[in-house]
Design a protein. Structure first.
Length: 633
């Protein structure tokens, strides 16, 4: 590390701490101020913050690896999360969520199911889910940033405490970064998170542009063409993947076969199936939901969600594609001769490129940018998770009457508790990939069915929600446990055969069990109180099977209108997915010098943007005119 690079990184860390602590005094006015910024932060700052929070180190390292191996069509792997749930949020869910005018996702559940036993059961299960998810993501970040910093920085920080406790160098690096981030996040709440994330987003964009420019300068068109094949450049695919690599790089073809995605058509079909239901289920109770609830108005919630999509993908993929272009030429030949190549070998492409092939100055800024990416995502979860402990459990069930200062102190304790549990889990994680699979399959798999039904079916009640979540999380956790212990099963046993199935193909099983639990819980218990349903429907105005509730409201208020926008919203989501995809493939095609395809992507981006102006933005702008901008109206 050159002194210039070290100075940039130290300067960034100091600046971030100063900014975070400087704005922290605004967070002392109560829980709404601490967790939601007093609902007084500009929507474009929240959008920048939300985009910054999705720009994480572990995810970026994973995306570099899959783009390197699978080529342009690899962006579809992110449908595992699925990334286009942000499109569904932008088109209609942000409006529905913000109309509730509450603080957390589990508090929102009470507005849907009421505050009786059934409502409280659903409220507690979603709060527990949110806390577990926050701990899981902190473990995911701990694992990623530790590996990243160890490969980049030369100092060995390993420790031996007594005879039994050994802390590796990567764990020491992760602990230092997490401690620094936790300080300003805990002190300043949402104000500090947003202020530092805006700063971090600017740094990440500059780093991405500089890396892309350097890759253009350092790697020629001819060098790229000697490595990648036409199949690598092609965004389209059949049922089975074509051969992506030449004979010289056959180790990469073998790795594709080993990873289990050779039947790419089946894989994409399953991600589409999962993605549709997961996206309508809405955002999980984490930092992106907190951003929606932090906006000033319903209309600004929609603006913020759309802006997040607009500002995230192009700079992020300029960085990713720039790193991959360098890696293809300088690391590809080295990796292609590795015996028993694994997916974990791809996780270290990002730090290897930075360490050995990025010039002084740009390296420091890029490291600061990736450190910013980690800190922004980590701080977002540290802010979101404790809200459920303090507001939804401690305040509601243990200490309903206390001063604002008391609740803020409790929030500080809850934040440190979640960080400690996440770090402890991170110590035992096998790899970034194992944590990714646990989050995307076990956690999110169990979340989908119950949260899909809560929007569209009036008869679905609190006990249905509770048992749907419990059934989904239980079966998903069993699946994850089997997957993690597959090396210990006897060949040809049932458990061994189940363990060989990729998690995404088991999603219908998880979804089915959750659906059975949700429907059984609903029909074996009474319906939610009709007054609660009428309040919810009047405020949120979802589409779906709400006819009995709508007819009762119509008798009381003849002016109320039914939401008939399902097909318009679905059309907008389809257009939005194409719009989002064009922003991903555009920088990739630019970086691999496929200019005609880059122009096609740019044209698609322009056309879809123009369509969404009329079909989405104009609809959002009419929200105030229809007098449904707040729950009171």
């Amino acid at each position: 590390m050159d002194i210039v690079d070290v100075s940039i990184i130290i300067g960034y860390v100091i600046l971030t701490l100063l900014v975070g602590i400087w704005v922290s005094k605004r967070a002392s006015k109560g829980l709404t101020s601490y967790f939601l910024g007093g609902k007084n932060i500009k929507w474009y700052y929240l959008g920048l913050s939300n985009g910054s929070g999705m720009f994480d180190v572990s995810g970026t390292a994973w995306m570099v690896g899959i783009l390197f191996l699978y080529g342009v069509k690899s962006f579809m792997f992110m449908w595992l999360w699925p990334i286009w749930n942000q499109i569904f949020v932008m088109m209609f869910l942000a409006v529905w969520i913000r109309r509730s005018d509450i603080m957390t996702g589990s508090e929102w559940i009470l507005t849907r199911f009421g505050d009786d036993k059934a409502g409280r059961a659903s409220h507690i299960i979603v709060a527990i889910f949110a806390i577990i998810a926050a701990i899981g993501f902190i473990a995911y970040f701990f694992e990623g940033v530790g590996k990243f910093m160890t490969i980049i920085l030369p100092w060995d920080l390993s420790l031996q405490i007594g005879n039994s406790i050994a802390i590796s160098s990567e764990q020491s690096y992760a602990l230092i970064i997490i401690l620094l981030t936790t300080i300003y996040t805990v002190k300043g709440g949402m104000f500090s998170v947003v202020a530092t994330e805006v700063l971090q987003y600017i740094i990440m964009v500059i780093a991405g542009i500089l890396v892309a420019a350097y890759a253009f300068y350092a790697i020629s068109d001819a060098q790229i063409d000697t490595v990648i094949s036409p199949a690598w450049k092609n965004v389209f695919f059949g049922w089975e993947l074509e051969v992506h690599w030449s004979e010289k790089y056959n180790a990469f073809n073998q790795l594709i076969d080993k990873e289990g995605f050779k039947m790419f058509g089946a894989f994409i079909g399953m991600t589409l199936f999962k993605g549709f239901f997961a996206s309508i289920a809405g955002p999980t109770p984490s930092f992106d939901m907190q951003r929606i609830l932090s906006t000033k108005t319903v209309k600004e919630a929609a603006y913020m969600s759309g802006f997040t999509n607009l500002i995230l993908f192009i700079p992020r993929y300029l960085l990713i594609a720039g790193i991959v272009v360098i890696a293809l030429v300088v690391i590809g030949p080295e990796l292609s001769v590795v015996e028993q190549l694994t997916g974990r070998d791809l996780e270290i492409i990002l730090p290897k490129v930075i360490n050995n092939h990025i010039p002084v100055g740009i390296k420091g800024l890029l490291l600061a940018g990736l450190l910013a990416a980690f800190m922004s995502t980590f701080s977002a979860f540290v802010n979101a998770g404790p809200a459920y402990i303090v507001n939804d459990i401690y305040k509601k069930y243990f200490k309903p009457e206390a001063s604002s200062n008391h609740y803020i102190r409790a929030s500080h304790i809850a934040s440190f508790l979640i960080v400690c549990l996440g770090v402890t889990m991170g110590f035992f994680a096998e790899s970034i990939n194992s944590l990714t699979l646990w989050i995307t399959s076990a956690l999110f798999g169990g979340y989908v069915a119950a949260n899909f039904l809560k929007w569209i079916w009036w008869r679905f009640n609190g006990w249905g929600y509770f048992w749907g979540m419990v059934a989904g999380l239980l079966i998903a956790s069993i699946q994850f446990f089997i997957d993690q212990n597959k090396a210990h099963f006897e060949a040809d046993s049932i458990l061994y055969m189940i363990a060989q199935i990729h998690a995404i193909y088991l999603f219908p099983v998880i979804f089915g069990f959750s659906l059975i639990g949700a429907i059984a819980g609903t029909f074996f218990s009474p319906a939610t109180d009709m007054d609660t349903l009428k309040r919810f429907y009047k405020n949120v105005r979802p589409w779906g099977w709400w006819k009995p509730v709508y007819e009762l409201l119509k008798k009381e208020e003849e002016t109320i209108t039914k939401n008939t926008g399902f097909w318009r919203d679905m059309m907008n989501c389809g257009i939005g997915i194409i719009w989002q995809s064009s922003m991903i493939v555009l920088p990739i095609y630019i970086m691999i010098r496929e200019y005609p395809k880059a122009i096609y992507a740019l044209i698609i981006f322009g056309i879809t943007s123009a369509i969404l102006k009329f079909t989405w933005l104009d609809q959002v702008n009419r929200i105030d005119e229809e007098n449904i901008d707040s729950p009171e109206k």
